[in-house]
Structure formats: structure tokens, C-alpha cells
Design a binder for this molecule. Structure first.
Ligand SMILES: [Zn+2]
Length: 387
């Protein structure tokens, strides 16, 4: 008998519901007096948040993150937070913005700089002091970053992405208001939504899966499968947007506690080497990695459990109890086509890059949770198919 043991950690409070943003005044007032709002490049989007805080008399300033966050962004944000004694950091935006807010909150409250704490390219020291209080408010439905304990940051000079990781990165409050995603354009709905689906499938087949995250993954996959196409076709459909916001949240809860797999193992080096949006990269890889994983599991899997998990996924997404693994993969491939997900070539990735990416991916932390160790040839094959 295998001894079951697991840990489950998440944000201190999770608040979910359409219109929840309206409660941000009392939530913020409970946590701090001076708020730094970390937001994306389009500052008009945070107007509702700023007007609620303004009316409540809460002091705030803003800090913008354009695109995926770099180490320089975080260094600037930390300086700003320290200089003006902000005691509350509010991340309002997509995964990039929320990761930035988490990183700024943690580094600002600890001695030294980002480079002391970052994994791989930094000192990797543990973050010991609790972070500044932080509130994460996602405006996309994909990354689940509001409930994860790492922040993925890019070093422009080194062309790599490396995480800042600590339980202290978990926000004090994750406020998920699906209404904030109604205006997302279809292409962003597609790439972020498929990232959410990937982040539910990978933890479910992960070697670190546990019964608690299994339940979240199965429910999340069900909701994403029935609603992603609808959210893409009609952005203001409240039921579809609610399902996708839940799928994203459940994916974040699952990945933070059970890890990911080969799709994210590839996405890490690709994100460092090319300026390709994370969700779109994951979407392009997902069906090909499912294919190679199930192939490898059939060849040399130690037991049938992982393959059975792919059968369960197939049954949920196709809504047919009789569906087999191939039908499940075909459903995912079909969805990627309908949502117009381009191959990785669209981001400048070519055959000549495959060996380098595979070399990095095989060492990526996400790869360690993949249901089966893939060979160099298998990784090469699946990445080439995703081009
Ligand atoms: Zn992801």
C-alpha cells in the first residue's frame, strides 16, 4: 500500500462572485492604509477599482506592468513600495500583473533584493518574513495566479524565466469577480482559457496528484469543457464566464499543490527565449503532450492509474462515458482548432530551436511532475508537432 500524504495551501481568503469587486473598499481598509495598485498597460481598466477605493478614502498609487514581468519591473516596484511605505499591494490584471504584485509584496518586506531570493539565476534564499498584505484580483480567466505561491519572472539579459517561490507569496485575499472578464477579446479568452484547461489536466495526471486536487481538477475540467467555446463566442455570457473563472481558480489551487507536467516544462524555456504569451504556448502544446504521454504510458507505464486518468478526462470533455483516450485528445485538438490557436511557429520558433528548448525543458521543475519521464526523442517529437 502506498502511504498517502499531502499538503494543501492557498490564499488566506478566497472571495468569488459576479460584482464582488464592489466589496473591495472594506476588504482593503482591513488590510492597510496605503495601497499600491499593480496593473497592466491599459490603466483605464482599473478605473472601477480606483473609484471604489477613492470614494472610501483609501490612499493609493499605481504601478504598471507591460507584458510579462521582468526582473527590472520587480526591482522598480519594490523600490516604489519601500520608498513610499505602502502597506498593501493590490494586483489587478492578468497572471503577469498578479505575479508581479505577489513578488513586490514579498521582496519589499524582506531585506535585500529580488536577486537574493530568485531560483536558478538568483541566490535562492528562503523568504523568511511575511510579505506585505496583498490582494489579487484577476481580470483574465486562465493562470489562477491569485492562489499560487510563485511568481514567474523573466530576465531579459539571460533570456530565461525563473520563479520566486515561497508560501509567503500567497495573497491574503483572492477576489475573483467573473464580471471583470466579460470584456476580454476572443483571442485572449482562448489562450488564457486553454491555459486554465492545461492547468487542470496536468495536476490531475501529475505524479503528485492527491484526492483534494483531483476533485478540483475534475470539476474544473467539466466547467472549462462545457464553457470555453461559449465564452469565446459570446464574451458577455455570464454562465460561461463564471465557469471559466472557476476553472482558472481551481487550476491555480491544483497546480500550486500538485505540480504540472511537460506542457509547462516546455513553456518555461519557450517563455524565456521567445516573446510568446504563456497561454498561447500551452494551448499549442497541450494535445501533442497528451498524445506523447499516453503513448509513453502504454509503452512503459508502471500501472494503469495514469492512463485511467486520461480516460476520465476523455469521458468528461466528450460527455460520453464510452470515450477512449484518443477521443479525449481529439476533442482537445478540435477545440484548439475552433479557437484558432496557431502553432508555435507563429512566435518565431523553428526546427533549429527544438534541441535547445528540449535541453532546457527536460530539466524544468514542471517536468518532474509529468506522469512518466519522457525521453529526449519523445520530447523532440511532441515539440516538433506543436510547431
Ligand atoms: Zn500555465
Amino acid at each position: 500500500m502506498v502511504v498517502m500524504q499531502f499538503e494543501f495551501a492557498t490564499a488566506t481568503r478566497i472571495l468569488f462572485g459576479p460584482g464582488k469587486l464592489k466589496e473591495i473598499d472594506s476588504i482593503a481598509a482591513n488590510l492597510g492604509k496605503r495601497a499600491l495598485i499593480v496593473q497592466g498597460g491599459n490603466s483605464a481598466r482599473s478605473l472601477p477599482l480606483r473609484s471604489i477605493l477613492g470614494e472610501a478614502g483609501i490612499e493609493f498609487s499605481t504601478f504598471e506592468i507591460r507584458g510579462e514581468p521582468t526582473n527590472e519591473d520587480i526591482i522598480h516596484g519594490v523600490r516604489k513600495a519601500r520608498e513610499s511605505d505602502f502597506d498593501l499591494i493590490i494586483g489587478f490584471g492578468g497572471g503577469s500583473v498578479i505575479d508581479s504584485a505577489k513578488a513586490i509584496a514579498a521582496v519589499a518586506a524582506n531585506p535585500g533584493e529580488l536577486s537574493d531570493y530568485q531560483e536558478t539565476i538568483g541566490g535562492g534564499k528562503p523568504i523568511l518574513a511575511p510579505a506585505l498584505a496583498s490582494i489579487a484580483i484577476p481580470t483574465t480567466a486562465g493562470t489562477g495566479a491569485e492562489v499560487t505561491r510563485n511568481a514567474v519572472l523573466a530576465s531579459r539579459q539571460l533570456r530565461v524565466k525563473a520563479s520566486l517561490r515561497s508560501p509567503h507569496l500567497l495573497p491574503r485575499v483572492a477576489l475573483v469577480d467573473p464580471e471583470l472578464t466579460y470584456g476580454l477579446p476572443p483571442s485572449l479568452t482562448a489562450s488564457t482559457g486553454l491555459d486554465a484547461l492545461t492547468q487542470l489536466i496536468e495536476p490531475f495526471v501529475s505524479i503528485r496528484s492527491n484526492p483534494l486536487t483531483d476533485a478540483l481538477c475534475l470539476e474544473g475540467i467539466r466547467r472549462a469543457a462545457r464553457s470555453l467555446q461559449r465564452a469565446y463566442d459570446k464574451g458577455s455570457d455570464p454562465d460561461a464566464r463564471r465557469d471559466m473563472a472557476l476553472a482558472s481558480l481551481f487550476g491555480g489551487l491544483a497546480l500550486a499543490n500538485s505540480g504540472l507536467g511537460a506542457v509547462h516544462g516546455f513553456a518555461a524555456p519557450i517563455g524565456g527565449m521567445f516573446s510568446a504569451p504563456h497561454g498561447a504556448v500551452c494551448a499549442a502544446l497541450l494535445p501533442h503532450v497528451m498524445e506523447i504521454n499516453t503513448h509513453a504510458l502504454r509503452l512503459r507505464g508502471s500501472n494503469g492509474d495514469s492512463l485511467n486518468r486520461y480516460v476520465k478526462i476523455a469521458a468528461i470533455v466528450t460527455e460520453s462515458e464510452k470515450a477512449d483516450v484518443e477521443e479525449g485528445i481529439a476533442w482537445v485538438r478540435d477545440l484548439c482548432q475552433k479557437l484558432k490557436i496557431p502553432g508555435l511557429r507563429a512566435y518565431g520558433i523553428q526546427e533549429k530551436d527544438v534541441a535547445t528548448i528540449v535541453g532546457h525543458a527536460i530539466k524544468a521543475s514542471s517536468m518532474k511532475a509529468n506522469p512518466i519521464a519522457l525521453t529526449n526523442e519523445e520530447l523532440t517529437e511532441s515539440l516538433t508537432r506543436a510547431l
